[in-house]
Design a protein around this ligand. Structure first.
Ligand code: SAH
Length: 243
């Protein structure tokens, strides 16, 4: 089984992403413009070698992973590593998840263009951008206000209008917009947060890494059915803790 790493970097440097670096729009995929952007080629390779090869098949997920400029969600001095097969530090001891795990969790959520999604742990905003490509509306909660503010700025600069980021405690969820068609948790709580399950619509999926230590976490995929909650899968993972 492929082991999923969300975070083996946990550092505190916070170089930040400045608005100016987001100013230049990414060229549209395809055509001659593509060659002009070195990141587009790296992104295509990332999708082929890290995502497709490991079995992600949902065409909408693959398209979103091909489209979202991941390098704009990492600190400027790490941009040339943005498409590597690993998580990267984003400051405040947090990380942007490995591309494969973002794709895996997104596919597991089974989104439709009508879905309303809750993300816990905005971090860089990258996972939120991928979700925003696939769903009608994304709500994302982040505990650390500087990260929430920066992610909001990054997402706005890229033109995402269907993502709302708020500073808040993920354990409480975001009851105002519940129920959600999917909830993705990108930090690991020690046990399953029942309040989040309450905010999930019947028919919806909760994707959450659960476990005390970084060595013993399982990524759970839970499907809420009229008859009760059904567990669809559990995979070994490493996420930063949900605090
Ligand atoms: N999804 C992010 C990666 C998240 S890293 C991305 O795409 O970049 C996990 C994030 O969860 C961190 O930013 C951390 O601050 C946040 N977090 C941890 N505990 C939390 C809590 N109780 N509520 C909300 N966010 C939390």
């Amino acid at each position: 089984m492929v082991r999923l790493f969300s975070s083996f970097f946990r550092r505190t440097a916070d170089p930040g992403i400045r608005a100016a670096e987001l100013g230049a729009p990414e060229p549209a995929a395809g055509g001659g413009e593509r060659q002009a952007c070195p990141f587009a080629a790296q992104r295509e390779r990332m999708v082929r070698e890290q995502i497709l090869q490991r079995g992600i098949r949902d065409p909408r997920v693959l398209e979103a992973m091909r489209k979202v400029p991941r390098h704009l969600f990492v600190p400027p001095e790490l941009q040339d590593r943005a498409y590597r097969d690993c998580p990267l530090p984003i400051g405040y001891g947090q990380t942007i998840s490995q591309p494969y795990i973002v794709a895996f969790m997104t596919e597991a959520a089974r989104l439709t263009p009508e879905s309303v999604v809750l993300e816990i742990g905005t971090g860089s905003g990258y996972q939120a951008a991928i979700l925003a490509e696939l769903a009608r509306q994304v709500y994302s909660l982040e505990r650390l206000s500087p990260l929430a503010a920066r992610a909001q700025q990054t997402l706005a600069a890229l033109g995402y209008r269907n993502v709302e980021v708020r500073q808040g405690d993920g354990y409480q969820g975001w009851p105002e917009h519940a129920p959600y068609d999917a909830i993705l948790v990108t930090a690991a709580p020690p046990t399953l947060p029942m309040l989040l399950l309450d905010q999930l619509a019947v028919g919806g999926r909760l994707v959450v890494p659960v476990g005390e230590s970084q060595g013993s976490q399982s990524l759970l995929i839970l499907h809420k059915t009229p008859e009760g909650v059904v567990q669809k899968g559990a995979f070994p993972v490493q996420f930063v803790p949900m605090v």
